[in-house]
Design a protein around this ligand. Structure first.
Ligand SMILES: NC(=O)c1ccc[n+]([C@@H]2O[C@H](COP(=O)([O-])OP(=O)(O)OC[C@H]3O[C@@H](n4cnc5c(N)ncnc54)[C@H](OP(=O)(O)O)[C@@H]3O)[C@@H](O)[C@H]2O)c1
Length: 370
């Protein structure tokens, strides 16, 4: 049974009205009754450089009076582990630290932990040691292989877990991988939650991520206040695999949208239009999307500051195609988009932002002209 909780940071509550016809068919509550408790306990604002508006926590049930259970302050996990300090893990951990949480970090490349250590984080030299010293451990790894390695490998987190602890995997992986990790974690007696996120570097900095969780409901309830520090909303989707599937469907759509947008920008320029005007036109119409407005201008300039690495977008398309294959669902648009990202990867654009996929079209056009 799916549950959604939405945090409202701002006075403008009109933007978060949920209509019963579009909402998830169970409980939906905005910034449920634990918000005041978080603000009392956790003083720091998100790390965004943007000025934050005063917070107003509104408790409102859109179509159900049953709000998600919040964990009492006494039950909040006091020692939090964080594994994987990359583009996403770093700001997420930073927001927990700045909110007053006791955070212990580990990353394969240790130097990436240093800024967090200078903010007050503790450091342990293996996932096992982090998990052993913490109540709840979050992991934000590159993909299936690293998520399995860090959770279940030698010196992996599972070795440090035991009953009473929890493991929350935020990495974007496929359902099969998530279930494998869950099996290893649960064998230790600990609880497991998959919690991939929708949102990128900036939402991570701003504490505006969307968590797509599934797995042990008691752990979901325990970590809810922590998810609310790092995110603006959280969905509980039931069995392990559902969070992974939801995330892959979202990123399948996103990858296809970006590929299509890239084609439009290139085509507009080729027929003598100003692609900047195309970005403006799109921003005013029904296909307007923050992604187009944010990334369009830099794509026109052929610059791709990395928020979501292209290699991860291609990984997500690959995994989404596998998901579709598993249920014999045709996904021709996503399949075509995936090919474009593969071309971009072959041109060395792995670590550029995924909007650099437009370069693959330029290469194609150049080679077809020669
Ligand atoms: N960036 C986004 O916009 C975004 C948005 C939503 C979801 N996600 C997902 O979130 C996850 C992290 O993304 P990100 O953007 O933060 O990626 P990233 O910057 O590339 O970070 C990847 C992390 O995984 C670690 N890692 C990679 N291979 C490893 C291995 N074999 N063993 C141990 N650690 C390993 C890296 O360690 P090193 O530092 O040592 O390389 C790093 O900490 C991915 O699953 C991604 O799909 C990303």
């Amino acid at each position: 049974m799916a549950t959604a909780v939405i945090k409202n940071n701002f006075y403008n509550v009109s933007s978060i009205v949920l209509k019963p016809s579009t909402a998830i068919p169970t409980t939906v509550a905005m910034c449920s009754n634990f918000c005041p408790r978080i603000s009392n306990r956790l003083p720091g604002p998100p790390i965004s450089s943007f000025p934050t508006q005063p917070r107003l926590c509104v408790s409102a049930n859109a179509f159900s009076s049953q709000a998600t259970n919040a964990t009492s302050k006494e039950e909040l996990p006091s020692r939090i582990g964080f594994l994987g300090i990359g583009i996403m893990g770093s700001p997420m951990a930073q927001n927990l630290i700045k909110s007053g949480c006791d955070v212990t970090v580990w990353n394969r490349t240790k130097s990436k932990c240093d800024p967090l250590i200078s903010l007050g984080a503790k450091y342990k030299s293996s996932p096992e040691e982090v998990a052993a010293s913490c109540d709840v451990t979050f992991a934000v790894l590159a993909g299936p292989e690293s998520a399995v390695d860090v959770a279940c490998g030698k010196y992996g987190a599972a070795n440090g877990l035991r009953p009473g602890k929890g493991y929350v995997d935020v990495s974007t992986v496929d359902g099969v991988t998530s279930k494998l990790i869950s099996k290893h974690i649960k064998a230790t007696g600990a609880l497991f939650l998959e919690a991939p996120v929708s949102g990128s570097k900036k939402p991570a900095e701003d504490g505006q991520l969307i968590f797509l969780t599934a797995g042990d409901k008691p752990l979901y309830e325990t970590v809810a206040p922590l998810l609310d520090i790092m995110g603006k909303s959280r969905f509980y989707l039931g069995d392990v695999g559902n969070g992974a599937a939801m995330k892959l469907v979202v990123n399948m759509i996103m990858g296809s949208m970006m590929a299509s947008f890239s084609e439009g920008l290139i085509l507009s320029e080729k027929v003598g239009l100003d692609p900047n005007v195309l970005v403006e036109v799109i921003s005013q119409g029904a296909i307007s999307a923050p992604m187009f407005s944010t990334k369009g201008p830099s794509m026109v300039q052929a610059t791709y500051p990395t928020a979501f690495p292209l290699k991860h977008q291609q990984k997500d398309l690959r995994l989404a195609l596998g998901l579709a294959e598993s249920v014999s669902q045709p996904t021709p648009i996503a399949a075509a988009a995936n090919e474009l990202y593969k071309v971009a990867k072959s041109h060395g654009l792995n670590d550029q932002d995924f909007s650099a996929v437009i370069e693959a079209l330029k290469t194609k056009l150049q080679s077809s002209e020669n």
